[in-house]
Design a protein around this ligand. Sequence first.
Ligand code: MD3
Ligand code: FE
Length: 230
Amino acid sequence: MPDSTPPQRGFGQMDLGLTDTRPKRVTLSPGATLLRGFALDQAEELWRALTPVLHAAPLRRMLTPGGRQMSVAMTSCGTWGWITDQTGYRYTRTDPTTQAPWPTMPRLLFQLASRSAAAAGFEGFKPNACLINRYEAGTRMTAHQDKDEGDITQPIVSVSLGLPILFLWGGLQRTTRPHPILLEHGDVLVWGGKARLHYHGVKPLEQGVHPLTGPTRFNLTFRYVAQAVS
Ligand code: MD3
Ligand code: FE
């Protein structure tokens, strides 16, 4: 006789009312897809892959064209890296800090970005730039558009690691009131089509400690840069 009694549940499976029932995939607006936890099972590997990149191209707080120091610390890997200084925003092939080419984009990162884009309907995404943003308590990013890539038909893929943050999703005009979206460790966002030129930013990071990243949040944004100078 087959035994139909359900298996005894250990504490490991006990439902304490904490089961995450939120949808794994959310369309925020046409072209913008949140893939909750898409990078979760690779988070530690991603973190390990970042270590040599951060060694070769140290995080730095750059100056905006207006002369203000950004609160986000940044660096890049891939063929192109995004920089800002008093002369403007642009992508370069070399790191102005080390004057060396930006570190190679680790295969694991490239593949995650490409798989994420495909999962959101953008097949064949081949990012050639990865901007790495580090947030500490109080770090924020004011509303902006990403339009330095020279090809807005290509999506941008963003991967969140570490402490959670409130992302602010705006409209095509800076004045549209943004709506807040919680971004957590392992979440992936894909922005393409109509969403590609929406204004966006993040609220100041709240204090906390994450088991992988400590008191910080990292965000990786994968881009395809078509035309650039220097
Ligand atoms: C929507 N980074 O690096 S990620 C950025 O959390 C940037 O570090 C934020 O905005 C961060 O430029 C937000 C989500 C994101 C990234 C790029 C986008 C949303 C986007 C490009 C177009 C539209
Ligand atoms: Fe952005």
